[in-house]
Design a protein around this ligand. Structure first.
Ligand SMILES: [Zn+2]
Length: 551
């Protein structure tokens, strides 16, 4: 036994001594390579072989690794950074509904709806895509029932806004029989205007009063199309924060057929209100925790305990008039007892938990449940997360730290700043997603967008976190700014850490997966505004060019 091992090692040594040095499949030279390694080193050139970085260094050393069949890319001074990641991305937006993503005023939005009404049959339900927000409209408010009635008196209209909210016109309220007498559902809200009339807004679980036409089934082609859009923005890795097992099976099929152009980590989202129901739901999927490889991997279980912009669950009431005279504190979508039961069961089954929690009261609920699970079986080192974590309080940081949580943070404020000031008042809005505070307390923060709630551009995430600027509301929470280097880490190596992959990706170092982005300008030193406007030149995943900008 011993002798055989020694012999095998000797053979390997002889073989490697006789093999010429490994040739690169591709080299990139004359660049400004921001490696995002531990020392944040800068290099000139990169060699890639077998989908991994073979070497990183000076032009001459890298050129010496080229052979007759090596592809050479002359960067002409452009900047290379590691492939960018999004730790919380649902999809790339778009869809068959009315597109409101380009509307900049209430009139723009209503015109788009009127146009769809003109091309529809009597009684047909008009639905919008979800990738828009009222903060992008110059009025900084939602179009309400009365606005929608003006352009669609007869056809039911349902505006879908992000993941937490619908706005209905009168025909839609009538269709689903929603009146002033309809009782409020737990975990939801039917909103009223100043006069006490329904304004058409349904929040969180109140959305279940509406039955929308089934969306077209998700297909491989649709996923491929989305991934192409994400590649063009510089994304090489994404984490789907809660999707059904059917989507995971499509991604696995794409992996088998070699169709993936982006690395995917998927959190499962299952319908279960008790530990027992969760155990059964998991068994029905046949999926194991963390199964997969560097292309498609299961990253844990997604849960949620509160709403979004208009339903984040707070210790203190919302700003008026949203606060309903000090009574409205947001929406608690899953109560403590069933949530804790589910969390403990997931821990017993070896699943990592990622919970959507926006408000401070929601974070309280998450910490209580995670602590209960941790008391049974430690979760330290398992990288459980809080997704969003908008409004952490001083007393919560040490509790998060003791559980060794990772923070999955996004740039919601960039899009929704003025609305958050309305809902929560200026102080809470300015504190929203305090990345500086998290980093100063030693948390690993992974960046992302929550697309299609917020547009998927990773460069906008970097821009927002380094400036705290917003699309239409100026700078909010200037004291929470982070450095360019910190922001780059959020978008690269910290995301790799989030998915336990920091040893194989997230920086440009020999042996790591060859995922990178070519930028026209040095993102570490250029003026702030250039980051917001910058276009990606090229994206490479696993050594393959998946996007090249047409000049
Ligand atoms: Zn989300």
């Amino acid at each position: 036994m011993m002798r055989a091992v020694v012999f095998a090692i000797a053979l390997v040594t002889i073989a490697s001594a006789q093999t010429p040095p490994r040739r690169a499949d591709m080299i990139l030279v004359n660049g400004h390579v921001v490696t995002v390694d531990g020392a944040f080193s800068i290099a000139e050139a990169i060699a890639i072989a077998d989908g991994k970085f073979l070497a990183v260094g000076g032009n001459a050393a890298i050129r010496s690794l080229a052979g007759p069949s090596t592809t050479t890319i002359d960067l002409q001074g452009r900047t290379v950074i590691p492939g960018l990641a999004d730790g919380h991305l649902h999809d790339a937006g778009g869809g068959p509904g009315v597109d409101l993503s380009h509307a900049r005023s209430i009139a723009d939005a209503l015109n788009a709806i009127a146009d769809r009404v003109a091309h529809s049959t009597p009684g047909e339900v008009i639905v919008s895509n979800s990738d828009w927000h009222e903060a992008q409209l110059k009025e900084h408010r939602l179009p309400y029932r009365a606005d929608l009635d003006r352009v669609s008196p007869a056809n039911p209209v349902v505006l879908v806004r992000g993941g937490h909210e619908y706005i209905l016109n009168s025909a839609a309220l009538a269709k689903w029989n929603i009146t002033k007498d309809t009782p409020q559902l737990p975990g939801g809200r039917i909103t009223r205007d100043h006069a006490g009339e329904l304004n058409g807004e349904l929040i969180d679980r109140a959305k279940s009063l509406v039955r929308l036409p089934a969306p077209p089934p998700l297909t491989i082609e649709a996923l491929q199309e989305q991934h192409r859009k994400l590649n063009a923005a510089g994304l090489t890795s994404i984490r789907y924060p809660g999707a059904p097992v059917e989507q995971y099976r499509l991604l696995q099929e794409m992996r088998r057929r070699g169709m993936l152009t982006i690395r995917v980590n998927q959190l499962l989202r299952l319908n279960a209100d008790s530990g027992e129901a969760m155990r059964a739901a998991i068994a029905a999927t046949g999926v194991k925790p963390d199964e997969g490889d560097e292309w498609v991997r299961i990253g844990g279980m997604k849960l949620g305990v509160d709403g979004g912009f208009e339903g984040g669950w707070m210790r203190e009431p919302y700003a008026e008039p949203w606060g309903g005279h000090g009574t409205f504190r947001g929406v608690n979508t899953m109560k403590q007892a069933p949530y804790t039961d589910v969390v403990k069961e997931l821990n017993r089954l070896g699943w990592r938990v990622a919970t959507h929690a926006v408000g401070d009261a929601a974070i309280d609920e998450v910490l209580t449940a995670y602590e209960a699970a941790n008391a049974e079986r430690s979760i330290v080192g398992k990288r459980w997360t809080i997704e969003h974590g908008f409004i952490p309080e001083a007393d919560q940081f040490p509790r998060m730290k003791a559980l060794d949580l990772v923070i999955s943070a996004q740039d919601h404020l960039y899009l929704a700043g003025p609305s958050l000031v309305n809902y929560w008042g200026p102080k809470r809005a300015a504190w929203t997603t305090p990345v500086r505070a998290y980093l100063d307390r030693g948390f690993v923060v992974a960046g992302g967008t929550d697309s299609a709630v917020v547009p998927y551009s990773p460069l906008w995430v970097i821009y927002h976190f380094v400036t705290r600027d917003t699309i239409s509301g100026g700078v909010l929470g200037q004291d929470q700014r982070i450095t360019r280097k910190e922001a780059l880490r959020l978008e690269t190596i910290n995301n790799a850490y989030l998915t336990f992959e920091e040893r194989i990706k997230g920086s440009i170092e020999p042996g790591k997966l060859a995922d990178l982005v070519v930028l026209p300008e040095d993102i570490v030193t250029c003026p702030d505004k250039h980051i917001e406007q910058m276009q990606v030149d090229m994206t490479i995943v696993g050594g393959n060019v998946v996007y090249r900008r047409r000049s």
